[in-house]
Write a protein that binds this ligand. Structure first.
Ligand SMILES: [Fe+2]
Length: 340
């Protein structure tokens, strides 16, 4: 789920849009409006208000900001990030499509869907500006609702410390020399209130002299118990294209993720309920209850959104190979991991 930096470095075609800009500040609300291609973004006390040639859309501002936080932090992610049933982005790894109604069966049937393709760098720039301007002091769109303030009201300061957290992207594995470090109280990662019972000891690794940089281990449960954000799968180990992206989850996955490849979920603790829908139309396909120890694979032709009341631990296992979306689109790779 979390992207390797290399996947983001694809070349940009000459016709990808780069026309993004900040518009004026509203005298009524204090919030700035923004423009990206034909899309315009405005917020008021309760809502994000979007418009594009031929359509408009309204989203509750908390839903919009939580989704925008993930789209920014994940670098547009794999496949489609549906902020809701209408608006979202599709990652082409170097370029990104912003759409309205593209994955909504009713919009498509009525030919009311609309999309534009941008350079990823240009769209990311304005998305970061929107997130910064529209996030008020005391509100953290990365946090669980019970661990932050509220996003409502007119413009009131900002919270750039919360929305510019660096996402973990281990090059080999958490804890190896020169790689992303394990989390501790001292480095600003206290144990979360809902993981107070998680053991915090670390494995003792005794390796042959000369292999200190190659052999390592860390307490993954302890590491996840100290995550300060929710629904933020981060690369914690890499073997070739195999990426382990564990994360801690509370409340709702703020986006409906439309997969462009198969994606394995290993429920490490507690439970998550998943709504699984058709990727293209949004029609319901399944509801999956995963309890600790359960493993499932989300197919490549679905979108999914999860619900977790008690903060839980989830290991997301990705094949990061950049050729997979094209192979699935061409039909040379299956949309499921195994066929019986
Ligand atoms: Fe997914």
């Amino acid at each position: 789920m979390a992207m390797l930096e290399a996947l983001q470095a694809a070349p940009v075609s000459s016709n990808a849009r780069t026309d993004v800009s900040a518009l004026s500040v509203s005298n009524q609300t204090g919030y700035r409006a923004f423009k990206a291609g034909g899309f315009e973004f405005r917020r008021d006390e309760y809502f994000a208000r979007l418009s594009w040639p031929g359509g408009t859309h309204i989203m509750p501002i908390d839903v919009f900001l939580r989704a925008m936080m993930r789209d920014v932090a994940w670098g547009f992610f794999y496949g489609a990030v549906n902020f809701d049933s209408v608006f979202g982005t599709i990652n082409h790894y170097g370029e990104v499509t912003m759409f309205a109604g593209r994955f909504n069966g009713a919009y498509v049937a009525a030919s009311r869907n609309y999309e534009e393709r941008f350079s990823s760098a240009a769209l990311m720039g304005v998305f970061k500006e929107i997130l910064s301007d529209w996030t008020n002091s005391g509100y953290d769109p990365f946090a669980a609702p019970m661990e932050t303030g509220t996003p409502w009201g007119t413009k009131n300061g900002g919270n750039d410390d919360a929305i510019t957290r660096q996402r973990v992207t281990a090059k080999r594995m958490v804890g190896l020399p020169g790689d992303t470090p394990v989390r501790t109280d001292e480095t600003g990662f206290p144990v979360n209130r809902q993981f107070a019972d998680v053991e915090q000891d670390q494995p003792l690794v005794e390796c042959e002299p000369g292999f200190e940089h190659e052999v390592s281990g860390f307490n993954l449960f302890g590491y996840l118990s100290r995550s300060d954000v929710t629904w933020n799968p981060s690369v914690c180990s890499v073997v070739g294209e195999s990426l382990f992206c564990p994360t801690s989850e509370e409340f709702i996955l703020p986006v409906e993720h439309g997969n462009d490849r198969c994606e394995w979920f290993l429920q490490l603790s507690d439970e998550i309920t998943w709504d699984v829908k058709d990727k293209e139309t949004g029609k319901p396909r399944a509801r999956v209850l995963m309890r600790a120890g359960d493993i499932c694979c989300m197919p490549a032709d679905i979108r999914h959104q999860g619900y977790s009341t008690k903060r839980s631990m989830l290991l997301v296992w990705e094949n990061g190979a950049s050729k997979i979306p094209q192979m699935i689109a061409e039909g040379t790779a299956p949309v499921v991991p195994v066929e019986f």
